[in-house]
Ligand binder design. Structure first.
Ligand code: ADP
Length: 249
């Protein structure tokens, strides 16, 4: 379980991206994060795994405030949160297998990582997830020769190979053909259900959020304005979320 308390983020240029966010994320939750562009969704996810440093507040994971971690402790925390990016963030000249194995890098020293000294267990794990995302025939193919949808599936297999306690996906379908959305969200949902790992996905298509998520978080101008079960999200509430007429929680 993750407890977020009074989380705030102000960038160096003075932009206030998050204001006093408070919520709890139990294991196994599937959460869609919605809101207009610029509302703070991406900053929220990036603070959760410390790709961004929060300016204020706490992120309590297993009793530890990870908002303030540094050095090795921060590296150890990061490997517990898999992050899936809009633009995949793969290493183009490496194969599917090599990219997926980088999900294990957080468990090794830098030198072992550079030399690619992965254990047999890690290779088995990587192969299992490559199979799960349906790319077993591409294991030794360079990722830059794959389609966008295939590349995103590699990124998902990489995140799963991390054996994370949490998966964060920042608009993972945004640069793909909309028809692939169900493939991407279906893979995340399967993983979520089988492993009881919480998944947070930034989604700008409300229909998809409704179809896959159990819970919706809505941001407006850096404020969390809605946090509730997906089934109470109706047209009127959606209108309120997007018009900015809801009070901060
Ligand atoms: P969303 O994901 O909802 O589109 P973001 O979290 O990307 O929103 O952005 C929230 C706000 O923070 C926006 O005003 C955006 O311009 C600003 N922002 C994001 N990243 C930076 C940055 N590195 N430096 C300054 N401002 C930023």
């Amino acid at each position: 379980m993750i407890e977020v308390k009074n989380l705030g983020k102000t960038f160096d240029d003075g932009t206030v991206a998050l204001k006093d966010v408070n919520l709890t994320i139990p294991d196994g939750d599937f959460i869609a994060v919605i809101g207009l562009s610029g509302a703070g969704k991406s900053t929220f996810l990036r603070c959760l795994n410390r790709l961004e440093n929060p300016s204020t507040g706490e992120i309590i994971v297993d009793g530890v405030d990870v908002a303030k971690l540094r050095g090795r402790a921060l590296q150890r925390y990061r490997r517990t949160a898999g992050f899936i990016f809009q633009q995949f963030n793969l290493v183009d000249r490496l194969t599917v297998m090599e990219n997926v194995l980088t999900g294990r890098l957080g468990y090794y020293s830098t030198i072992q990582g550079v030399l690619g000294l992965y254990s047999e267990r890690d290779e088995i794990l990587a192969r299992d997830y490559i199979r799960m995302v349906g790319l077993d025939e591409k294991e030794n193919t360079r990722v830059d020769s794959l389609s966008g949808g295939q590349q995103q599936r590699v990124a998902i297999a990489r995140a799963m190979t991390q054996e994370p306690k949490l998966i964060l996906a920042d608009e993972p379908m945004a640069s793909l053909d909309p028809r692939l959305s169900d493939v991407i969200l279906g893979l995340l949902k399967d993983y979520n259900e089988k492993n009881n790992v919480a998944v947070l996905v930034n989604i700008h298509v409300i229909e998809l959020a409704k179809r896959y998520a159990k819970r919706i978080l809505a941001f407006n101008k850096g404020e969390l304005v809605f946090d509730g079960p997906v089934d109470i999200l109706d047209d009127a509430l959606e209108e309120e979320i997007y018009s900015g007429s809801l009070e901060m929680l």
